[in-house]
Design a protein around this ligand. Sequence first.
Ligand SMILES: C[S@@+](CC[C@H](N)C(=O)[O-])C[C@H]1O[C@@H](n2cnc3c(N)ncnc32)[C@H](O)[C@@H]1O
Length: 273
Amino acid sequence: MNAAGEAWREANRAMWDERVPIHAASRFYDQDGFRAGGGDVNAFEAEEVGDVTGKSLVHLQCHMGQDTLSWARRGASRVVGLDFSEPAVEVARGLAEEIGFGPERASFVVADVYDAREALDGAVFDIVYTGLGALCWLPDLDRWAEVVASLVAPGGFLYLAEFHPLCDALDWDTGTRFTRDYLATDPMVDDDGGTYTDGPQDTVNNLSYQRTHPIGQVVTALAANGLRVDFLHERDWTLFGHFGSLKPTDRGYEQPPGTPRAPLMYSLKASKS
Ligand SMILES: C[S@@+](CC[C@H](N)C(=O)[O-])C[C@H]1O[C@@H](n2cnc3c(N)ncnc32)[C@H](O)[C@@H]1O
């Protein structure tokens, strides 16, 4: 099924399109620093993915391409970023050129993730990468896993890093009480202005649809499409103050000692034999 015309898609895309210029100018994404050689994927991602030298990599839902380009800086021989937001892809292309990667080394494609196979002309990659804050925008994980599996070259793998879906079900003050069904299948519909980089903003396209994808659903969808899970790491720390109770530490944000801990992020590697 083609995703075009579905209400969630148009709303989410308009929401993301409007936020691109805000993000491109933000301290959060620090594009001047990135152009000057700064910025990178998270250290745990680099460690878990391992040496990418000479490998091809596709980054699904790449936003403005900074992580995509970071994998190229780390030695990947060819990186392709894909995102359904045209303004985001335009920024990514500009960044690639500014830091000296031509299209044969780093290219960016405007497409819905569900249409990635066609948009990438059936190409396969040593590494399929998807980073934090991506899966929640997708309504159907089975379709996603089918697409992902089709993009992994034999002997290659998917690497996925995400915020833990359990966080969606816990209270925002303490992160210790259930306030929502972890297994809920209905979308979380949001209509707040602003964005995570700059807080409240005078934005117009605010309607968005997000989903919780329980870990079991992710693993089962990948297994059903022929990928073998090599690891699934759940972490008790995250990268922002998701709950009011989380305290900044050396690693990021964590519950203070003595507070019951839920997993806050996870990462997964799944291979194609
Ligand atoms: C939170 S951002 C990803 C963040 C990324 N890890 C980073 O820090 O730059 C989510 C991205 O998913 C993209 N996106 C959402 N739904 C999509 C879809 N169905 N197909 C392709 N891209 C999608 C949005 O345009 C946005 O750029």
